[in-house]
Write a protein that binds this ligand. Sequence first.
Ligand code: ATP
Length: 279
Amino acid sequence: MSTRPVLVVRGLTARIAGQQVLEDVSLEVPARGVTALLGRNGVGKTSTLKALMGLIERSGTIELDGEPVDRLATHKVVQRGVGYVPEDREVFGSLTVAENLRLAERSGGRGGRHGVSPERRELVGDLFPDIIDRSSQRAGTLSGGQQQMVALARALLNENRLLLVDEPTKGLSPRLVGEVTDALEKAAQVVPVLLVEQNLTVARRLAGDAVVLDGGRVVHAGPAADLLDDESRVVALLGVGGEPGQSQSQHQSQHQSQDQSQDQSQHQSQQHDTAEATS
Ligand SMILES: Nc1ncnc2c1ncn2[C@@H]1O[C@H](COP(=O)(O)OP(=O)(O)OP(=O)(O)O)[C@@H](O)[C@H]1O
């Protein structure tokens, strides 16, 4: 039995600083599980998520649960139930973990509900016990992996219809990649996820479907296993070998060593306006 996709995108075109970054992108995100958005560096994955959120100039149609959202401002897209976890996490570094989570709690919104349900609070507590234990710690002093958990927790507190998650494992040590992957797997049991992910091991484990971009266009869409288990297709479409554990990005190993040290070090505060607006 097929169910209606949660997201249907047709002819999405987007520009950044006058430069066209997406051209006629059409894709669907099923109402369950994880859909991976893949492609080489610079092909438009992040731009796709930003265009869906209304963060960059775009045209084309975007339907969320059958309702058009392509003309809505970002905060309205959020209110309709799209959670966005951007690549740089955007936690409020000078605020505590608890304050970061509280800021994310939407008042009103989908279904006329107000605030966060006890079930959601319990879910987030179950998924991210380490984060809850650190409630009074300043988020800027958390490791990269812990900040990623806060960003995911924030998006999960609200009863979103869809989560857009951009490279959540980037820059994390292998242990934290595993923890974030576990958290995403559980999150995807309650909300569908469109996931930009360079680590093909993570994509292979989580994704039911995959969409591949190249040069701002969709060049492949279908079951993730059909692509990721086919070495020659992986090489042709993503430009790398497809053995388990191999990253899509030639730069991933660089990222990882860089990120491991980042992960070990304590982070300074990041204060971005979009964090509150997009969780
Ligand atoms: N602020 C910007 N100003 C101008 N061009 C930009 C800007 N941000 C992105 N681009 C361009 O848009 C194109 C798509 O970038 P995007 O970040 O969406 O790619 P991506 O697939 O997410 O890449 P990566 O895997 O390296 O993160 C690239 O050619 C990039 O150079």
